[in-house]
Design a protein around this ligand. Structure first.
Ligand code: ATP
Length: 327
């Protein structure tokens, strides 16, 4: 095995708070080990376009607290083709990059796995996505910050909902994963939570809301994950309004504000630990693995295993708790 001399670092897919803290940790760990570091801008697209920049320790000064990603990110169609990946490989070879650190979600990991096998280039991945949907890590970068952002919004909506006796439907991110919806819903004291993992009949939701109405609650908040089976917050609100026309119903779609913002202390520490560990593993010869948090330890999981297992298992106990605590 030849030792790696130049590490390429990139962020890809959806941005997530903590990516910058992770870039900082990866860059400085590689520099500390005497390696050169190249930042690849716009994820896989940047490899295809040769959008590279040599990085020093100062390139990552004063970014630990910033949301987004200084390396930018992208969704790149061309990388899904063999020709696109060949172009990317030719460019990184010309730039002298002989090892990669990829920060992103499952799509990024799939691309990394294919690319690494096709061109025999070592790659270590870091779970960076607000969805918290990657097997092999208890938490992904950005999830904690995003959940706290949602809770802050719920608290504010609660103030206005309580003042007007309103029923609010708050839609949060999560096309396939209800992790943000469930945990933000519990922490925000939601009366009901609708998730992609479990179909909720409108009739059952109405029965739950009826209990809340009979309990003389001043406000009711229903958290709706964007991927839930009734088609999102507007559809759910309309179906409920047809049955409960005495309620003044309102819908709030939180949208992209959930992605932004300064990372929480949890995300900054996680980002630092994962960036540090990823580079150490890459330089020690690991490839096609992701680094993740298990309990309080950082462990590696083969990308194949991470991609073929489901991360978030819905706990029926938690759902029952939501119902019990909403009376
Ligand atoms: P998020 O979870 O935040 O959406 P992600 O990493 O899953 O992040 P994707 O858009 O799914 O985001 O993937 C990022 C990029 O990875 C894609 O734009 C594409 O360039 C590459 N990619 C995804 N799937 C493949 C694949 N099957 N083959 C090659 N490249 C892929």
């Amino acid at each position: 095995m030849q030792s790696i001399k130049k590490v390429g670092i990139f962020t890809s897919g959806g941005d997530a708070p903590g990516m910058n803290a992770c870039i900082r940790a990866s860059v400085r760990t590689a520099l500390h080990a005497g390696k050169s570091v190249v930042g690849v801008y716009h994820g896989y697209q940047g490899m295809i376009d040769s959008n590279f920049e040599e990085m020093s320790s100062r390139s990552v000064s004063n970014i630990i607290q910033l949301g987004g990603t200084i390396l930018k990110t992208a969704r790149c169609k061309a990388f899904r083709t063999k020709e696109g990946r060949q172009q990317a490989y030719d460019n990184i070879k010309t730039a002298g990059i002989d090892g990669l650190i990829a920060i992103g979600g499952d799509g990024t990991f799939t691309g990394a796995e294919i690319f690494s096998r096709e061109h025999n280039i070592p790659v270590v991945c870091i779970p960076g996505t607000i969805d918290n949907d990657l097997y092999g890590s208890d938490f992904t970068l950005g999830y904690d910050t995003a959940t706290n952002t949602v809770i802050e919004a719920i608290d504010k909506i609660r103030d206005t909902a309580a003042s007007h006796d309103r029923l609010f439907f708050v839609e949060v991110m999560g096309r396939d994963s209800g992790c943000i919806a469930l945990n933000a819903g519990i922490a925000g004291g939601a009366e009901a939570i609708l998730l992609p993992e479990k179909a909720t009949a409108i009739q059952d939701l109405c029965s739950q809301l009826e209990i809340a109405a009979k309990g003389n609650k001043a406000s009711t908040i229903v958290i709706v994950a964007e991927g839930e089976k009734n088609g999102g917050a507007y559809n759910v609100a309309k179906a409920v309004k047809d049955r409960f026309d005495f309620y003044d119903t309102k819908v709030t779609i939180l949208g992209h504000l959930q992605r932004g913002g300064s990372p929480s202390s949890f995300d900054r520490v996680l980002a630092s630990r994962l960036g540090f560990a990823a580079v150490r593993h890459l330089l020690a010869g690991s490839t096609r693995v992701m680094v993740g948090l298990w309990g309080n330890e950082i462990r590696t999981t083969p990308l194949e295993e991470a991609l073929n297992n489901k991360a978030f298992k819905l706990s029926e106990d938690m759902l029952e708790m939501v119902e019990v605590l909403s009376i």
